[in-house]
Design a protein around this ligand. Structure first.
Ligand SMILES: NC(=O)c1ccc[n+]([C@@H]2O[C@H](COP(=O)([O-])OP(=O)(O)OC[C@H]3O[C@@H](n4cnc5c(N)ncnc54)[C@H](O)[C@@H]3O)[C@@H](O)[C@H]2O)c1
Length: 401
């Protein structure tokens, strides 16, 4: 679909490394849409092929027409060859930065990426790190590159938009810019001023903390309401009646969220990066993990106490990690499914968005074949659903709203 092949181009304005991913692709499309010739560089060739056909590998609202437009006008070009990174004036890195099985950050993901790309870096390039980083990583990258005779500008500019809604949110949200020096900060600010309404400048480590604190705060907020829910529910009291009373015309409690499964690729991981940084003394963060991850197991326990599970088929409605997306990474629906394998006669699953799970069944089949249902992900499509008289566990209070 792209009229420009990267091999025919000597230079591009911007390269997004990890550009086929959830963060990288909408960002690349947004910059390409501002007129920058933008290279999507990724090691995932299958995803690049899909993008080249004008298809989004993951659900991203409002991105489809812009993808087609920027491919057609040649502002978006694709490559899986790391030497093409050398053609860009500016590079944004959006690769995954996971935590390991001990909840410690995997430093080698960033180091390996720098080692792979270093031969193609030039001193006059600007390198922007956008993956979520363990505090201190941006300064480490700058020093690591300097010690290898690479004097490029380096800045950290965290992604803070809601997954799936980058195109909608990017233009309405301040962009934090953490330059490792003044020149790096100025160049990064100039780039992001093309898409963000406001720039907030700070040091790289402050920016790294700001990103982690944003997500950890949200994760702790979800944990407190989830804990309230479990306390009220185990006392046989309706939490949502209490929540309504707590928040009604009471501004100091107006932002207490409802209970629900809080998971996904960011909130837990970012909270754990912070905990690792704080020598595992981030007690609130660890407690939040126990509560949020524990909510799925609380529901399993509830099922075990109310049903003869060995003779019961449980239907899980919604498998994505949150509503209206197709992403199942770290979804608590799958945690529940795993826990139920040993307890229930059968576990049936369904989701209208998820495309990469061959075990999913049509919604009607799951409802018809299950003895009890659990609403795991409150997709809007489930509003007004006919549950065919089947009992449902609904921690979200979705069906009563
Ligand atoms: N998903 C979100 O909503 C979100 C929000 C804020 C921050 N983040 C952070 O952004 C980063 C990326 O997250 P994501 O959800 O987009 O992950 P993702 O797995 O969807 O995307 C990462 C992409 O990087 C590619 N990749 C990996 N190593 C590479 C390499 N060495 N060279 C080139 N490409 C490479 C992968 O093929 C993949 O396409 C993470 O640090 C994450 O914590 C994510």
């Amino acid at each position: 679909m792209s009229p420009h092949n990267i091999d025919d181009l000597e230079k591009v304005d911007l390269c997004v490394v990890g550009g086929a991913g959830h963060v990288g692709l909408p960002l690349a499309i947004a910059f390409a849409n501002t007129g920058l010739r933008t290279l999507v560089y990724d090691i995932n060739e299958a995803a690049l092929e899909q993008i080249g056909r004008g298809e989004l590998p993951a659900l991203e609202y409002d991105a489809d027409p812009l993808l087609k437009k920027t491919l057609a006008n040649g502002n978006l070009v694709l490559s899986s060859d790391h030497k093409d990174v050398g053609k860009a004036d500016m590079i944004i890195v959006t690769i995954g930065t996971p935590v390991d099985e001990y909840m410690n950050p995997v430093h080698r993901a960033v180091k390996q990426c720098m080692d792979d790309l270093r031969p193609y870096f030039r001193d006059d390039q600007l390198l922007i790190l956008r993956s979520t980083l363990y505090p201190g990583t941006s300064d480490w990258v700058k020093n690591y590159l300097m010690s290898n005779d690479c004097k490029m500008d380096v800045a950290f500019c965290p992604e803070r938009v809601v997954q799936g809604y980058t195109i909608r949110e990017l233009h309405g949200m301040p962009q934090i810019v953490g330059g490792t020096d003044e020149a790096s900060a100025e160049r990064a600010k100039e780039l992001f001023a093309r898409v963000a309404p406001e720039i907030v400048g700070m040091k790289p480590m402050e920016a790294e903390f700001a990103k982690l604190f944003n997500n950890a705060y949200r994760y702790v907020q979800f944990a407190i309401t989830n804990q309230f829910y479990m306390i009220a529910d185990s006392a046989g009291v309706d939490y949502y009646k209490i929540l309504e009373g707590m928040t009604h015309n009471y501004p100091r409690a107006s932002d207490v969220p409802g209970a629900g499964f809080a998971a996904g690729p960011c909130l837990l991981k970012d909270t754990m990066q912070l905990a690792a940084f704080a020598n595992n003394q981030f007690h609130l963060g660890h407690s939040a993990m126990l509560v949020n991850e524990g909510l799925a197991l609380y529901v399993v326990d509830q099922l075990r106490s109310e049903y003869d599970l060995q003779n019961t088929t449980v239907g899980l409605i919604g498998m994505a990690f949150k509503a209206e997306v197709d992403d199942v990474r770290s979804s608590l629906s799958y945690k529940m499914k795993k826990a139920l394998i040993v307890h229930a006669k059968g576990t049936l699953t369904t989701d209208p968005f998820v495309k990469n799970d061959p075990d999913l069944l049509p919604l009607d089949d799951v409802i018809a074949q299950s003895d009890v249902l659990v609403l795991c992900t409150p997709h809007k499509a489930y509003k007004g659903l006919d549950l065919q008289g089947k009992p449902v566990i609904d921690v979200w209070n979705f069906f009563n709203k």
